[in-house]
Design a protein around this ligand. Structure first.
Ligand SMILES: Nc1ncnc2c1ncn2[C@@H]1O[C@H](COP(=O)(O)OP(=O)(O)O)[C@@H](O)[C@H]1O
Ligand SMILES: [Mg+2]
Length: 409
């Protein structure tokens, strides 16, 4: 078992030294590191979205670290927190014990002692897994270039998730310059995501149902009519997502790709950011540019590429596309002009039995982090079914032509 850890280490030398010792022991992955004490909301957001087994907290500022311990205790009472400091201070130790901290690490980081601490932390983490009352399944969908099919994929995978039993799914349209989802799903609620954002800080069970639209079991906050220049504040979007986390299994957010401030906030909140591209060179080029931009903002670890409108006749092979992107493709979706447009005309989901429909269904299982049933895993694609149908038709036509000729004879 690999222990996923978050480290908060403003004392850089000490933090690096501890990391090296932990690394030497193995079995540890530092999935997020704070080189300064983070703001409370930023830390809680990271814990929620990453779900680590352990937090290693440096004590260089005892008051700040105490505030952090209190905040973590209040929000995640079962989270394992280990503290580290350049020396053992008995007074501090006592205060920490009162706050429920059981592991205090100080140099020299003796491998045997460290291993024992890790075993205790691991056992405690297994016994009391991190129960987040809020969902951490928040996903951002970002086009590499407008027209990549981002909204189409985000909408249809959300519909696929909502179809699963015991699942509630939410889709937010934050492409305020397009408002396509309202049209795609034929929604007529006059309230928009902007109304929801305005009421986000005092949202309640009475107000929420009037603001969301429903398509089957999927709840949607659409963007309404085109509203350029409208701003959504970061705290509004945070409150909105926080409310959704408490009420839905999974939340997908459709972004414009213009990297607005609120889009950055949504991406910070997300577990994964799906960057959607098509096999065309300009789309791939722009996908790479966006990936680099996200690298600069520290978000690239969350990015997964989706390749949409893929055909067998694409000029570039998958490995060549991955070379351009500089990363692996997470999932590929078929080009299905007719299927997508039929769904669009009817305001419905893409046909579930088509190749694209099946891919979206499977993608839904990935997003919900559920095992894929063998019926979905081994589902025949549309082309194969067509092949079978063609064979039957061929057989039938042969039969009819034989019987015709037989009757003629
Ligand atoms: N897999 C697909 N096969 C065929 N057409 C697609 C596919 N995905 C999207 N489209 C079409 O591409 C166009 C752009 O899609 P859209 O979802 O609006 O992209 P984006 O949100 O990235 O701007 C739409 O006309 C849509 O119907
Ligand atoms: Mg879009």
């Amino acid at each position: 078992m690999i222990l996923n850890c978050v480290m908060i280490g403003p004392d850089r030398n000490l933090a690096i030294s501890l990391q090296t010792s932990l690394h030497d022991l193995g079995g540890i992955d530092i999935i997020r590191e704070f080189t300064q004490y983070p703001h409370e909301f930023e830390l809680l957001r990271s814990i929620r979205s990453l779900g680590p087994h352990i937090v290693f907290l440096g004590l260089s500022d005892p008051d700040r670290s105490n505030e952090i311990i209190q905040a973590l205790n209040a929000e995640f009472p079962t989270l394992q927190v280990a503290v580290f400091h350049d020396q053992v201070e008995p007074k501090l130790l006592l205060r920490l014990m009162k706050s429920g901290i059981r592991e205090y690490i100080a140099p020299p980081f003796d491998p045997d002692e460290l291993a024992e601490i890790l075993i205790r932390l691991r056992d405690a983490a297994i016994k009391n897994p991190l129960t987040t009352p809020r969902s951490n399944l928040v996903y951002s969908f970002l086009p590499s270039k407008p027209g990549s099919g981002t909204t189409t994929l985000a909408t249809n995978v959300s519909l696929a998730m909502a179809r699963q039993p015991d699942t509630s799914a939410m889709l937010m349209d934050l492409d305020l310059n397009s408002g396509l989802i309202r049209f795609l799903l034929n929604l007529d609620n006059e309230y928009t995501i902007l109304d929801a954002a305005q009421h986000a800080s005092n949202m309640d069970e009475a107000l929420w149902p009037s603001l969301v639209s429903s398509k089957g079991k999927l709840d949607v906050l659409h963007a309404g009519k085109i509203s350029p220049g409208i701003r959504i504040e970061n705290d509004q979007i945070r409150n909105l997502i926080d409310y959704a986390r408490k009420n839905y299994t999974a939340i997908s957010v459709d972004l414009s790709g213009n990297m607005e401030k609120y889009a950055n906030e949504v991406m910070q909140e997300s577990k994964k950011i799906f960057l959607v591209c098509t096999p065309e060179i300009p789309s791939l080029h722009l996908a790479r540019e966006k990936f680099n931009y996200l690298k600069d903002t520290g978000l690239s670890d969350k990015v997964s590429f989706l390749l949409n409108r893929h055909t067998k006749n694409d000029i570039l092979q998958t490995n060549q596309i991955e070379d351009i992107l500089g990363d692996k493709i997470y999932m590929t979706f078929a080009n299905d002009y007719r299927g997508v447009n039929t769904a669009l005309a009817e305001g419905k989901a893409i046909n579930q039995s088509s190749e694209l429909g099946k891919q979206l269904n499977k993608f839904g299982y990935f997003l919900l982090e559920r095992p894929i049933p063998s019926s979905v895993q081994n589902a025949k694609t549309k082309k194969e079914v067509h092949g079978l149908m063609d064979l039957i038709r061929y057989g039938l036509s042969r039969f009819t032509s034989t019987s015709n000729s037989a009757s003629k004879a």
